[in-house]
Design a protein around this ligand. Sequence first.
Ligand code: HSE
Length: 309
Amino acid sequence: MIKIYAPASIGNVGVGFDILGAAIKPINGNHLGDCITVTLSNKFTLENKGVFSNKLPKDVKKNIVWKCWLKFCNVINENVPVSIVLEKNMPVGSGLGSSACSVVSTFFAMNKICNNPLNSQELLSLMGELEGEISGSIHYDNVAPSYLGGLQLILEDSQIISQQLPCFKNWLWIVAWPGINVSTAEARGILPKKYTKEICIKNSRYLSGFVHSLYSKQPDLAARLMRDFIAEPYRIKLLPNFLKTKKEIKKIGAMSCGISGSGPTIFAVSDDIEIAQKISLWLSKNYLQNNTGFVHICALDLKGARIIG
Ligand code: HSE
């Protein structure tokens, strides 16, 4: 038996559409992610538990975990009968890499229970493929941080899919999920197919400047450069009062604020715990739409997916 935890993540991180992602963990020590328990058995079974398991499809073959299991067996060319328990603690369609948490924990657990037939690049590549099947196109900015931890820059080089960037240890990441769902496939579908040369240059300038400021240790510059010209302008309408919320959060003192992944979770950055608490309180009062929504003050989760049992 093996139990794996895979953490939530913030895709895009404001400035790196599809190529920057950050794994996060609440600073109060709670888990924010899914767990998978795998036991070798004589046939495939899947039990869904956890706060958000009631939102999962009833048909097991539509469950992401089944899809991962099938893909893994096909790739290693062996049928591995297992009993799986999924603890679905992340809301589906939240913008916090919910599907990635399930994908990463399942592939990681299957690989471990089979004595690691695949190396980490092969595993990450499968995770990206599966994420692509769910959302319409391959993007690694949730699976890579959830699997490898920290702030990841997606390279998709012939040998390296993703590498970790340095980040500011004192940055707090406040995330607020309003309690409503946005389909990633739809949020990707509304984006333009083409962008102007000006937007491409501006995006490159901000992203390269952001990476430069991480390496040259300039936190204020880094925060100022966390701006999204690719997705945010088109996704504003998917979030409740996004522009007003952003303005208020900035007024409280956030260094940066943006859409987490494809939304509707909003994220803010602060290096001051008192400001982070004020932002958290404001978001709890004003951004949540129902009592399933939540706000967490987080740090980067540098460990990524891990064995917890
Ligand atoms: N980069 C992806 C997007 C993340 O913004 O569509 C999805 O969570």
